[in-house]
Structures are given as C-alpha cells and as structure tokens.
Write a protein that binds this ligand. Sequence first.
Ligand code: C2E
Ligand code: MG
Ligand code: MG
Length: 517
Amino acid sequence: MLGKALEQFFSSDSVSDGWINLRVETGLRHNFRDLRCCYRDAMGSNRICRLAGRPITDHSGGFIGYRGTATDITSEVEAHEMANHLAQHDPLTELPNRVLLRDRLDLALMGMERDQTQVAVLCLDLDHFKEVNDTLGHGVGDIILRQVAERLRATLRTTDTIARMGGDEFVVVQVAVSQPVEAEALCRRFIDVFQMPFEVEGNDLYVGVSIGVAIAPHDGDDHERLLKHADIALYRAKQSGRGKYRFFEHAMDSELQARKALEQDLRQAIARNQLEMHYQPLVTIEGQRLTGVEALIRWHHPQRGLISPVDFIPIAEDTGLIIPIGEWALRRSCNDAKAWPHLTVAVNLSPVQFKHHELIEMISQVLAETGFPPERLELEITESVLLYDANAALKILAAIKKLGIRIAMDDFGTGYSSLGYLNSFPFDKIKIDRSFIAELNGTDKANAIVKSVISLGQSLEMITTAEGVETLAQLTFLTEEGCQQVQGYYFGRPIPPAELTELVAEWQTSGRDATAA
Ligand code: C2E
Ligand code: MG
Ligand code: MG
C-alpha cells in the first residue's frame, strides 16, 4: 500500500458512488468522513469500507497527503440490507409484504398521469383456508401458502407486484393501459390456476381463491382507499359464493356503511332495552293442546322500527355479539316463561354460541339464577352445528342433555343433512323446516319429504314438529301422516309475553292447554 495514491488503492473497477466521491473529496483537500468506498481485499473479494481523513501538510504548508482511517464495514452493510429485506418481505413466501406493497403502489399511482396508465389493486383471499389449517395443521398450511405464492407469481408479468398481506391474503398491483380489461383477464387467470390441486405429502388438495378489484383513479387515488375498496369487493365476492371475482362499485360502500351503522347500534341494543322476546305457540296435534312456546327475539330499533332476527342475527354472529345477546335471550325467556308453569319454552342457539367454550357454564348459570326447571327448557340447534367438528359438538350436546334440557334439531332438511348424526345423538325433537310445509299439497316432492321425515322421527322415537303451518289443509295432511306437534300462524303468531299470558288463559278456559291432558 505504501506510496500508492488512495484512488489506486480503492480499486477503480468498482465504479461506485463512493469512488467517485473519493476523487472529489480528496481533490478538495478538506477533512472528510463517512465516505463509503469499495475495494478488493487480498483474496480478491469485493469489500466495502468507510473512510475518514484530513489533509496533512509539510513545514512550509504544502499539501502532502491525508492521514486517516479506513474501516471495513462489509458485514455491517450486509446486515443492514438483510434487515431491510426482512422489513419489506414476508419470510414464509419471500414475497413483498404490505410495507413494500404500499411503496410500489404509491409509485404506480404517481406514474399514472405521465404514462397514461390505470392501476388495478386486486385483493385475493383463499377459500376455506382456515379449515385446511385447522384440520391438516399449520405445517401443511404453510406448504400450501408457499405453493400458492409461487403459482400467483408465475401468473404475473414482471411489471406487476404481488405481496402477501398476512394469513391467506395476497394483494396484486397491476399497471396497465386498458383497465378493467386487463384486470379482468388477470382475475380469470388466477381463478384458472387454482383449478389444479396443490400437492402436499403426496395428497392432492384443492384450494380456491376469491378476488376483489378496485381500479385507480376511478375507485380512489390513494393506497388506503384502493385497498379498502378492493377489500369491500372481495367481501362481496366471498358472499356470492367462493371462487369468484368482483369489481368494486360505489353502492357496495354505502351498503357496508349501513351495515357498520347497524352493527354499532346492535352493540347498544341490550343496554338500551331494545331487545324483546316474543313467544309462538307449539300445539300438539292430538287434542290440539297448547304445550309449549318458541322464544323468538325482536329488536325495536329507535329509527328503523322492528328489525327481523333474520337481518340482525347474522350480524351478531359475525361480530361475536351473539354471545351476550344469546345469553340475554336465554335469561329473558326463562324469566318470562315462569308465568306459564305448564308450558315448555324453546330457545334458539346459534352455531357461534356452540363454539363458545363457556356455553355449558352459561346455561347452568342462567338456570341457577332464574330457578327455571331444566325439564321445561328446550334448546334448538341447526345442522350446521355438526358440520365441522361433529365430535366436539356431540360432546357439548351430551353435556346439555345432562343438565336435563331437551334438544331439538331446527330447520331440519335445509342443512347439509347427513342422517348419520341422528344415529349418534338422541335428539328429542326434529322440526321440519317451514319451506317444506309451505309446499305441501303443491308438489308431490314436498309431501314425500315431509312424510318420510315424520316416519324417520317415529322410528327413532323423536317428536316431529312441523314449522310454519298456516292452513287447515296443511294441518290435515300432517295429522294423517302422524306428525305430533305443529307451530305456525294457523295457531298463532309470535306475540309479546303479556299477550301470551292472555292466550294461555283463553286456552285454559276452553280446556285446551297442557293441564287438560
Ligand atoms: P326459526 O327458529 O326457524 O323460527 C321460526 C321462524 O318462523 C320465526 O321467524 C317465526 O316467526 C316464523 N314462523 C312461524 N310460523 C310461521 C308461519 O306460519 N308462516 C311463516 N311464514 N313464518 C312462520 P322469526 O321470528 O323471524 O325468526 C327467524 C329466525 O331467526 C329463527 O328461525 C331463528 O333461526 C332466528 N332466531 C330468532 N330468535 C333467535 C334467538 O333468540 N337466538 C338465535 N340464535 N336465533 C334466533
Ligand atoms: Mg327455532
Ligand atoms: Mg325453524
């Protein structure tokens, strides 16, 4: 090194900024520091160093060179780059993460006017991936995610960006001259490449994808709005069945806003006393006696009036509000039903409540607190409860039964009926869904279905109840077929507790209540 000029020592074949700066800086003959340079070490490998120096002069003040230090910072720089990469990429799939995606999206948006382009943001979400994870384990889930990432990447052009946002969510930024044509073509390709199975440990697994698309500038011109709108479109794609793509429309946003507002109001509904239970008579066919009621929830919204449970129970289920609401409904029903000591009361249980680990404790607590006799309580569940983890569900059912409570299978025939579970669990009652009753005498098919459900109930020693009986003709058919119990407008609509008390009195005076048995 001795006697060599700095510029020679820091090899000039690496035309880095550092080297160019070195010439400028040393030419100025000032102090310099933190100058990044490249050099080749004795082994011939490229290294990076940091230089600091100050000019030195001879006795007469003439410049004779620099004195200073060179520090090798190669590993520091590499660690820094690594940290940068990690901060911007997803470790599992090696795809860019949301941080990098946002940068790239911002860049794409800035170039729109100059390049006369439009930018499509595609939000992708795998269908039923949670079940893959839950049933096959996270290890398999990770393998699939990596294959998915690879497949998606292979479908893109080099100008497109794909990122993993977390979980099973991916986002693609596509810059193109003619939108939405190119985004639509890309959606088709994506859905297509998911037609082929993923191979994991020798098994073929099918995973679908749903896509929501927002296009700048029409649907928004900043990353936040575009991602939000693509996400809303994705939500819609999922709702319209899986394996679909949807483009954002402004109406989707207002619907979502309305739903959000309703959700907010629902959070307050219990505290503000807006919920109420109504009760609908359950009547035995033999002797036509009033023996029980079904408790049905009602929401009196201060502005919107009465909201049907069909419209707000799904929201309560999505948000988890069904847990406090369901508990409230059970407590209210037990308290109300104390006024009708001869009647059973049936309360609906949501599948979401069923997955809640404190269900049994909650039920026992309400029974203890209200002093309501468990043998007068019936809980209605739907087939969907048994859909995923049937074994776990059957255990919970058994625990409920042990409390002395009866269990009814509601809306029978509308779910993913696998009759197998009727064998593995002794339901006390099956309720034939009212859609079949509505079609009675209209189609031979409905007649046949109702007939066979009744005889199924008979042979398994379960009571069959027909829902939604509105006409004498329906009642006559059900009577002839040997159905035991009916519920429907023919005998009475759901009514507030005070009215039911009057109704019970009427039935009592006409000798048609449960005590007449
Ligand atoms: P569901 O348990 O099958 O209740 C029967 C539904 O049929 C009730 O609707 C009832 O009003 C209606 N219905 C009864 N008879 C007739 C009839 O003759 N004709 C017609 N067209 N309809 C009849 P509702 O009260 O609107 O409740 C709808 C659903 O909301 C219920 O279906 C149940 O799944 C759910 N739900 C109601 N209350 C609760 C609750 O407290 N908790 C939970 N988790 N779900 C509830
Ligand atoms: Mg019900
Ligand atoms: Mg029902």
